[in-house]
Design a protein around this ligand. Structure first.
Ligand code: BEZ
Length: 211
């Protein structure tokens, strides 16, 4: 059955460009972003892996491990990484799973047969330190992902895991957030001492509490 938000992310052990990798050991109590690519030596994937290499520090700063997957074998990955480093002016600094037997992509339902029988689609799973799935995104092969958006979502997930707030449409870190419906308006001043404004009884804004 397909994985859903709140499910425990399945563990696996698989080959990667950084050696044999056990997923739970790799994430090591941190947040994780697991993302799949249709195939090695393809243009969009090449730019995506370059983009993630450039953002590796930003993910680290958010206590987050990144892990890529492609269904080609390891020797193909090693050759492709050289091309990525050369063309994207980066050093790929995170592991890429070599899922030639499609074990991990099947486990995470990354192959959508009506899109392609053989390629994985562009799946993204964000997994929390509790190993539960917090976000699932699915993009087609022809559309490269926006990894700045993944950082923004991580900020929202980490904020809302800690405080009874939610982040409104197009929210960017530092902007006001909305108070969770479970909090009574009379309780807001004690919970959110930076202030608040009530637009409707169900729409209450407060400054981002952890800034
Ligand atoms: C790409 O990564 O460029 C790509 C992969 C599969 C199909 C289309 C594009």
């Amino acid at each position: 059955m397909a994985l859903r938000l709140g499910d425990t992310a399945p563990d696996f052990t698989a080959l990667s460009t950084e050696g044999e990798l056990n997923f739970y050991q790799y994430i090591d109590g941190k947040w994780a972003v697991l993302f799949s690519h249709p195939a090695d030596y393809t243009p969009v994937c090449t730019t995506e892996l370059g983009a993630v290499a450039r953002l590796k520090d930003a993910f680290e700063q958010r206590n987050t491990r990144v892990l890529a997957l492609s269904v080609d074998p390891l020797d193909s990955h090693h050759g492709w990484v050289k091309d990525i480093n050369e063309t994207q002016q980066v050093t790929v600094n995170f592991p890429i799973l070599a899922d030639a037997d499609k074990k991990v992509s099947s486990l995470y339902d990354m192959i959508h047969p009506n899109a392609s029988e053989t390629f994985t689609v562009r799946s993204v799973f964000i997994i929390g330190p509790d190993k539960r799935i917090k976000l699932i995104l699915t993009y087609p092969a022809s559309t490269g992902r926006n990894f700045q958006e993944l950082l923004r979502v991580l900020e929202s997930l980490q904020l809302t895991a800690e405080y009874s707030v939610a982040t409104p449409a197009n929210w960017e870190p530092g902007q006001d957030v909305v108070v969770a419906p479970a909090i009574a308006t009379e309780d807001i001043p004690a919970r959110f001492p930076k202030g608040h404004r009530v637009v409707k009884p169900y729409l209450r804004y407060t400054p981002q509490p952890n800034r």
